[in-house]
Design a protein around this ligand. Structure first.
Ligand code: BG6
Ligand code: MG
Length: 216
């Protein structure tokens, strides 16, 4: 069937993964514990609520639900402060060219993100109109590694899961893509993303040539 792409947002389209990390780290420090970049890999791709649970597990903190709701709000406020300062220069290398190439070739593509801020971020970057479909944290009930987000994206695009190629920077996202029966491309560390069908060190390696070979 006709091939289609599904892109994760944070850490694939735009360099926001660092802002999620900074905001979570500030929260951890405020609660009195350290939170390293290595530990942060566990939070990538997973929902905001699940991220807090993992973080509190790392800090061995047991908090009441009303406090957790407050912390989720604080983290997001902090994250949004970073987002407000962001501009198109933070679109990751090669992504703009690739999206425009896919558009030109009429190869459909969707967003498949866990973020509830996804639409805001795409608007800010002027990328919203390029996508044939958007599925984000507001549209799903189960978070990655559950395949729901990607299966919904395939359905919206009107393509079969096996014809979809997912681009992801998170281990949970690669697992979700694999569970959906899709081809997975990991962007980042080979060790973290070992379950992916292909691993590229950074988005600049996701060239038009690479994509042409893949779909040929
Ligand atoms: C994912 C990020 O894309 O979205 C996670 O990788 C983040 O780090 C998740 O927690 C939820 O994002 P948001 O913007 O709804 O808090
Ligand atoms: Mg990501």
């Amino acid at each position: 069937g006709k091939k289609a792409f599904i892109f994760d947002l944070d850490g694939v389209i735009v360099d926001t993964a660092k802002y999620h990390y900074l905001a979570w780290r500030e929260l951890a420090n405020q609660l009195g514990f350290e939170f390293t970049k290595e530990q942060n890999e566990q939070l990538k791709g997973v929902s905001r609520v699940r991220s807090l649970e993992i973080l509190l597990g790392i800090g061995n903190k047991h908090l009441d639900d009303d406090i957790k709701i407050k912390l989720l709000h604080e983290k997001n406020e902090q994250y949004l402060k970073y987002i407000a300062k962001m501009d198109h220069t933070e679109i990751l290398p090669g992504i703009d060219d690739l999206l425009n190439y896919l558009k030109f070739e009429k190869i459909p593509f969707s967003l498949g993100s866990a973020s509830k801020n996804a639409r805001l971020i795409l608007e800010t970057l002027n990328l919203m109109g390029l996508f044939d479909s958007i599925v984000d944290g507001n549209d799903v009930s189960t978070a990655k590694p559950d395949p729901e987000v990607f299966l919904k994206a395939a359905e919206k695009l009107g393509v079969q899961p096996q014809d979809c190629i997912v681009v992801e920077d998170a281990q949970a996202g690669i697992q979700a893509a694999n569970l959906a029966g899709m081809t997975s491309i990991g962007i980042g560390d080979k060790k973290v993303l070992s379950e992916a069908d292909f691993v590229l060190k950074e988005t600049s390696e996701l060239t038009i040539g690479f994509v042409q070979n893949l779909i040929a």
